[in-house]
Design a protein around this ligand. Sequence first.
Ligand code: FAS
Ligand code: PHB
Length: 397
Amino acid sequence: MTTTRTRVAIIGAGPSGLLLGALLHKADIDHVIIERQSPDYVLGRIRAGILEQVTVDLLHEAGVGQGVESGGTVHHSIELVFKNTRHPIDVTGLTKGKVVTAYGQTEVTRDLMAQRSQLNLPTVYEAADVQLHDFDGHQPSVSYTKDGVNHRLHCDFIAGCDGFHGVARASVPKDAITEYEKVYPFAWLGVLADVPPVSSHAIVYANSERGFALCSMRSMTRSRYYVQCPSSDKVEDWSDQRFWDEVRRRLDPELADRMQTGPSIEKSMAPLRSFVAEPMRFGRLFLAGDAAHIVPPTGAKGLNLAASDVKYLSSALIEHYKEKSDAGIDHYSQRALARIWRAERFSWWLTTLMHQFPESGAFGQRMQEAELDYLVRSQALSTSLAENYVGLPLDFG
Ligand code: FAS
Ligand code: PHB
């Protein structure tokens, strides 16, 4: 058994863990990231694609903003399709100048991993049997096995950035945590293809009687599409041809005609759920990102919520070490949860508005169409959509 010490032990090398590590390094705060998968495995997970300005600013603050600056595509609007008609929502106009940026989570992760490697920052990949110890006491530590050797990392704090299925939240006593969850009766099937996006200036969200579809992008030559499908479906049930035909059926005729298709380079299914664990702090353990909350991807909030958690947590840890104050640490959970619940509401609302719910039938479809019809004509409701889509301010109150 080898024993080492650091200030902050970060569990997970996804966007949350990597971003937290970058910000702690910038503040000269020792930390170690412990990740159970390999770097290639982490990079191989195709997930989010839309960044709020808060997230873009944080990437610059962390010193990795050059990637999104050169490779990101700024969007000023989104498009809603319903009753076979497409309606633009002027997101920038409705929010007095705010934008979102299309830049994949894979690229964000790659940029953070590259910086970490150049700086030679301590990162343990393929760590097995990761366990947390004494995080509700004064001498927390993390144990793990690497290449058959047992290790124990003593630390001041543990950041659980290990996602929904991680060990951090699972290590908290059941009577110390409250979990809120809603599982949706459908999933998303996503395809990545090296074809130009059908709309390079706006993400397209389609409500149709056949179900939801989304047209997104990763670059001017790489597109990301999703269709709502039954949770019981398997990826192998969907040939490329079946997928492209179904996307076309859910779009308006002009967009369907314009859409370029090609062989999928990645195809995966994602279940949809809303989930929040409260609180997000247990003694010297803090949860951040998907370890603490999940949103249905409809509102493009998952990655962005992880970023705002990390902003709050990194600020609190820096304040602890540099200003000898625990105000930020003591306030972290409450502050993060205020923003999380607002994003949970928005993601639930947009998912409920855009997807087919078998139990609500034809009347439910008409209610969705009536609300969409009202939304595209109402300055108030479209402003509400727009200000949530670009992300509410970190200090929204
Ligand atoms: P992650 O889950 O990304 O990272 C956690 C890391 O911890 C992983 O690398 C994991 O290997 C590691 N880990 C787990 N257990 C461990 C252990 N015991 N020991 C050590 N390490 C451990 N968001 C959007 O905004 N738009 C989308 O379209 C979208 N699509 C998604 C599709 C899927 C299938 C999933 C699962 C999520 C999607 N999300 C989407 C949300 C997603 O982007 C997350 O919000 C984002 O990955 C959160 O990042 P992390 O908190 O770092 O968690
Ligand atoms: C994506 O590009 O993966 C994406 C975009 C917008 C969403 C969800 C996912 O709302």
